[in-house]
Write a protein that binds this ligand. Sequence first.
Ligand code: 3AL
Length: 209
Amino acid sequence: MNSTCVQEVISPCCLVRRSINTVVQLLKRVLAHKNMDMATVNALPYEDFVNLLGNVVEKCPIITAAVWSGRPFLNFAALEAAISEFIDALPESGKEGVLRCHPDLAGRDLRGGTLTRESREEQTGAGMDALTSAEASRVTRLNEEYKERFGFPFIICARLSDKATVLRQLSERRRNERAVERARAVEEVKKICRLRLQALVRDDAQNKL
Ligand SMILES: NC(=O)NC1NC(=O)NC1=O
């Protein structure tokens, strides 16, 4: 190490400057992340990529971690497709594992305030926090029946549903055959994923319609 380097490493002034730079970089990233374009996403280091996009599939950051190595993504659709393809390539037991990472609708986590931020916003948006006591009992009973039958929770994209739709679908879908219902639940996970991604990453194709 030459003397300039030594000075730079030990100079308090230099250390302060570096800390400020780190904070500025972090702030820039946080501000940019509200609605990142694809170039920003593609430039994210692994840790930031997973920190920012790790919950696009509920409590499955491993999926985000896995697709990171597929960068650069050409566009939003390519990123979304990489996530979908990862899920599709899982064995059925893996897909069910992904489904089991989802909280019940209007379940204990909603009541106890332990949902992820995304899930809370989605469930409250669909009125799951405003059920009458009769509705709440019905949802609890049907959720339990559903889980008993399939071994994973009932999943529906809450942002695309309202209270009536959730109740109707829960009642209807519990009669499905197991493989049909598993595929249906995976489709709902992908819809949830798309909307979560759109909240973070600019989908340029959306504005061209
Ligand atoms: N079980 C279930 O559908 N959960 C959810 N759906 C959704 O859009 N957000 C959720 O937490």
